[in-house]
Design a protein around this ligand. Structure first.
Ligand SMILES: CC(C)(COP(=O)(O)OP(=O)(O)OC[C@H]1O[C@@H](n2cnc3c(N)ncnc32)[C@H](O)[C@@H]1OP(=O)(O)O)[C@@H](O)C(=O)NCCC(=O)NCCS
Length: 170
């Protein structure tokens, strides 16, 4: 899999991404918008652990965002089970060094198209925290519809937050 876009490339993770991954992921401003599963601080050991698990997993659903030859972000889906087997949750992050250049707007739109074309999915959704308007905007621009506000859905760093439900369907 390789999506060559104007501003970035989306491709499988590789073992030699560890240094770049650890450097760009080790940022509180990235972590604060993600689940606690995403480590903080993000060490080189965390990068190796992540890469080992993702490189061996089938089907491949988690990918690297590469800019100027470096691994500077991640994008992926988690496919549901049972009655949700045609539904997937979308997640993504980008190194702060590259924010505001419309990289993720391009990546989310292209990656969602790719997922509908290559997996048997009828729904792809994302749940940005309500204090993350940039992520909500990225989803809107990629054709996701706002479906509602999930009150008190998230406990992040001791703070109770709402999250916003966005989805694209096929
Ligand atoms: C959220 C994130 C993915 C955005 O990536 P990005 O490449 O900087 O986003 P883009 O430049 O493509 O687009 C951002 C959009 O949000 C807008 N935006 C940015 N800050 C905003 C704010 N405070 N309020 C409203 N809109 C805002 C931008 O103007 C732009 O919209 P526009 O193209 O209409 O002008 C990135 O900041 C990130 O990785 N954050 C940490 C992890 C994260 O939040 N992941 C998503 C979890 S759901």
């Amino acid at each position: 899999m390789k999506l060559t876009l104007k501003q970035c490339t989306i491709r499988p993770w590789r073992p030699d991404d560890a240094d770049s991954l650890a450097r760009h992921a080790n940022n509180r401003k990235v972590w604060i918008a993600l689940r606690d599963l995403f480590p903080h601080p993000y060490t080189i050991e965390d990068a190796h652990t992540f890469l080992k698990s993702v490189i061996n997993s089938q089907p491949s659903t988690l990918f690297c965002i590469e800019v100027n030859g470096d691994a500077v972000g991640g994008i992926g889906i988690r496919i549901g089970a049972d009655v949700h087997r045609q539904t997937a949750e979308l997640g993504y992050w980008l190194s702060q060094e590259f924010w505001g250049r419309r990289i993720m707007s391009e990546a989310v739109a292209a990656f969602t198209d790719f997922c509908f074309e290559n997996f048997q999915l009828r729904r792809i959704y994302a749940e940005p925290f309500a204090n993350n308007p940039a992520s909500a905007r990225v989803l809107e621009k990629a054709g996701f519809a706002f479906e509602g506000r999930l009150k008190n859905n998230v406990l992040k760093e001791g703070k109770l937050l709402d999250s916003l439900l966005y989805a694209r369907t096929k």
